[in-house]
Design a protein around this ligand. Structure first.
Ligand code: ZN
Ligand code: ZN
Length: 435
């Protein structure tokens, strides 16, 4: 086992870039934007970025050359709604932070192995997790963290039961879990400022009822307009944006009016709401998988009776929300929300592929994801200057999205931030961390 270098955890340096360049040859390049394969390209990775993409051969020089044997090379996948601490949520108040970090590391390794080189965490992960990946301490996807999601008392981020009379900050919702409670304009402003201080990349707010929470009906419109507007104002003045949990049409409309940039879930939107989102230039991040998993196996995963009663109506909106958003021209990002069940993450490709063309599904997890993260040209694309996040697939995902499902069985090579993380093309090697 190699010794880790002594690191100053507070300096700005990230993990050291690999000294040796990587030259990828003999593949079909998946151009996500155009939705087509381009043959006879070569790609040179230098440090953390893509140095060159040429429809010709690139001189190898000192680079490590990898022949991909005709596979498809595509940008690393982006999951815009996931929770790396999800396995801890039901028991977080009883867990030491160290054990939670270890669990998150394990979940991240699995996500990377499924080809996800970028994750936007929708509540739970903090700057420490992000930094641990940047420093190379945890092998994992590039993280965009929200810290704790902001919820009203009795809202979707309040995990207390009816019988729990403890007040914040002593109640369970204040533990390093998914949410924190803030009520009233001064408190929500302070909560946003606090999450920004602690390094949130974007602010997550719970703007309506949810399935996983115990005491709130799905139709519950959470937070007053003044509170929602205050959350957006605080985030925007810091140069950040707000993502909101919102399932029903009315809660989505309130979020759009308040200036929320990305709507999470949106299962029960209607035509009018979809049009309103498109006109206002907002994004939808559907998460079909979690509702499908709860509907099919929620009981065995430990979801409460209350959740099981709420899931049917939301699950029924899964496909329809995609159709309505697509018809209205709402750009859609790829989300999964697999909190307690990360192994189902890539099922999202199949659920979406049953409703939308494969090229659109792939764009949601690449180019649209990059737009939402405000890094177009750096993420979700294979182009000079982009981050070197790449995967090689054994076949053409434009013809078979199933190649991206499962646990990464059909993904033979993964490069994350310029580092070779999996190489089944040549078999195990020393340089390969084999996620
Ligand atoms: Zn949610
Ligand atoms: Zn979530």
């Amino acid at each position: 086992m190699p010794r880790l270098p002594l690191l100053n955890y507070l300096d700005d340096a990230g993990a050291k870039a690999p000294a040796r360049a990587i030259l990828l040859r003999n593949f079909a390049l998946l151009d996500a934007k155009a939705g087509e394969l381009v043959s006879r390209c070569e790609v040179l990775v230098q440090g953390h970025t893509i140095a060159e993409v040429r429809r010709d051969s690139i001189p190898a020089g000192d680079a490590e050359v990898i022949d991909l044997g005709g596979r498809t090379l595509m940008p690393g996948l982006i999951d815009l709604h996931s929770h790396i601490l999800g396995e801890c949520f039901p028991v977080a108040p009883k867990m030491l932070p160290s054990l939670m970090a270890a669990s998150a590391a394990n979940v991240m390794r699995g996500m990377l192995g499924r080809g996800f080189t970028t994750i936007r965490d929708a509540g739970g992960a903090d700057y420490g997790h992000k930094r641990a990946v940047e420093l190379g301490l945890f092998p994992g996807p590039r993280l965009f963290v929200s810290g704790r999601a902001i919820s009203q008392t009795g809202g979707h981020g309040d995990s207390r039961s009816q019988a729990d009379t403890r007040e914040p900050p002593m109640c369970c919702a204040q533990f390093p879990g998914i949410g924190r409670i803030a009520d009233g304009v001064p408190e929500v402003r302070k909560a946003v400022r606090d999450e920004l201080r602690m390094g949130a990349d974007q602010i997550k707010v719970m703007a309506g009822g949810g399935v996983g929470s115990i005491t709130d009906p799905v139709e519950y419109l959470q937070y007053s307009m003044e509170e929602l507007q205050a959350v957006v104002d605080e985030a925007q003045r810091a140069g950040k944006y707000v993502m909101a949990h919102a399932i029903t049409a009315e809660s989505v409309q309130r979020c759009v009016e308040a200036g929320v940039r990305t709507i999470e879930h949106g299962n029960l939107i209607d035509e009018r709401t979809a049009r309103m989102m498109a006109q206002a230039g907002r994004y939808l991040v559907p998460t079909l998988t979690i509702y499908d998993v709860i509907k099919r196996s929620g009981r065995s995963l430990g979801f409460s009776e209350a959740s099981m009663q709420k899931v049917d109506a939301v699950w029924e909106g899964n496909a329809r929300s995609l159709e309505l958003a697509a018809a209205a021209g709402v750009p859609m990002g790829f989300g999964t929300d697999v909190a307690r069940c990360p192994e189902f993450q890539s099922q999202e490709f199949l659920l979406r592929g049953a409703v939308l063309p494969a090229a659109d599904v792939i764009r949601s997890a690449t180019t649209v994801g990059a737009e939402i993260l405000r890094l177009p040209g750096k993420l979700g694309t294979i182009a000079p200057g982009a981050f070197a996040d790449l995967i090689a697939v054994d076949g053409n995902p434009l013809e078979d999205l199933g190649l991206l499902s499962g646990q990464g069985e059909n993904i033979s090579l993964i490069v994350a931030n310029g580092v070779l993380m999996k190489d089944k093309v040549r078999g195990p090697t020393d340089s390969n961390r084999d996620v």
